[in-house]
Design a protein around this ligand. Structure first.
Ligand code: EPU
Length: 298
């Protein structure tokens, strides 16, 4: 069995960089390096790089905007793919349909659709990420989620095969989907015509709700835990008396207890220890196990 060899990506030097610090690619700004960092220019590049990973047993990771991600201090001994080149960021309007690349920025897309008088994704106002990342975890909140407007997705599996999946066989649940293919390449969203001023007003209200209830101007990765059915993880952590609690450079937000803020000097280990402590305290008090919402690498 061949293991990571030095020339696993020979000939792909233009898209593969070795030992790239991942911290700048995450909202937390913490975590170690990726052994390989791969930015494919298009589908062919991606397929070739995926094949090399398979041949050389290199584990694959897909990075979006890093907004819901905690990278360990040791980093990732594998290949981190980022679909950030122009090919992956296309946005094409066709009536109420929008074809969009997985690497497109969700916040920019929200603004564009609102301006076009298309309603349906204003519920994502203030949620950072790429469209691919948003679909992967069915980004959203109490005002709705992305899955509700997705009618088609194009994906690539670990073998490099590209295929389409359509609305009738797609399931979007709370922060999850039944899409198992490794790479989401793009999607079609179907929106509703509406008055731009009305949608803008709603978008602003949603954004204000977040701004008033969440610590937006801090280093964080959004909500750390999923809400247990019918309950709020934030309220449970708050009731356990953990607001303001600190471990190293990590602190439970005093504004919303489901956010762990990273202060200067914070390490991924501090956040991980905090996750463990919160789980223990909430379990002690309520016998409820909190499941993490944030992706933790590796
Ligand atoms: N609450 C507290 N203390 C806290 C935080 C919340 O008592 O420290 C109470 C609030 O007063 C409220 C209830 O808990 O009565 C629910 O709080 P909130 O309205 O803030 O909603 P949430 O369930 O905590 C969810 C999503 C957020 C999303 C908001 C708004 C999850 C885990 N969280 O938060 O998503 O922004 O609704 O749509 O599903 C994220 O996914 O990263 C995220 C932040």
């Amino acid at each position: 069995m061949k293991l990571h060899t030095e020339n696993a990506f020979a000939g792909l030097e233009s898209i593969v960089t070795e030992n790239v610090d991942l911290a700048p690619f995450t909202w937390y700004r913490i975590g170690g390096p990726a052994k390989y960092f791969i930015r494919p220019a298009g589908e062919e590049d991606l397929r070739e790089a995926v094949q090399r990973c398979r041949e050389n047993n290199v584990p694959m990771y897909v990075l979006g905007l890093g907004a819901n991600l905690l990278v360990s201090d040791a980093g990732v001994n594998g290949a981190v793919f980022r679909l950030s080149e122009e090919h992956w960021r296309h946005v094409k309007f066709d009536g109420v349909k929008v074809q969009v690349g997985a690497g497109a920025d969700m916040q920019k897309l929200v603004l564009r659709t609102v301006r076009q008088g298309l309603a349906g994704i204003e519920c994502l106002a203030g949620i950072p990420g790429t469209v691919g990342g948003g679909i992967r975890m069915n980004a959203g909140g109490k005002f709705g989620d992305l899955g509700a407007v997705v009618t088609q997705v194009t994906v690539m599996d670990q073998e490099g095969t590209v295929f389409e999946r359509y609305k009738d066989d797609l399931v979007f649940d709370y922060r999850s989907t039944n899409i198992s293919a490794k790479f989401i390449l793009g999607a079609t969203l179907e929106l509703d015509e509406d008055d731009p001023d009305r949608i803008m007003k709603k978008t602003k209200e949603i954004w204000m709700y977040k701004r008033n209830s969440q610590p937006l101007n801090t280093k964080n990765a959004g909500c750390i835990f999923k809400n247990p059915r019918g309950l709020s993880a934030g309220a449970l952590i708050d009731q356990a008396g953990l607001k303001g609690f600190q471990v190293g450079g990590a602190e439970v937000s005093t504004k919303h207890a489901n956010f762990i803020i990273a202060h200067p000097g914070c390490r991924a280990d501090d956040v991980m220890n905090m996750v463990k402590i919160i789980r223990e305290k909430v379990y002690e008090k309520n016998q409820i196990h909190l499941e993490s919402e944030v992706q933790i690498w590796p």
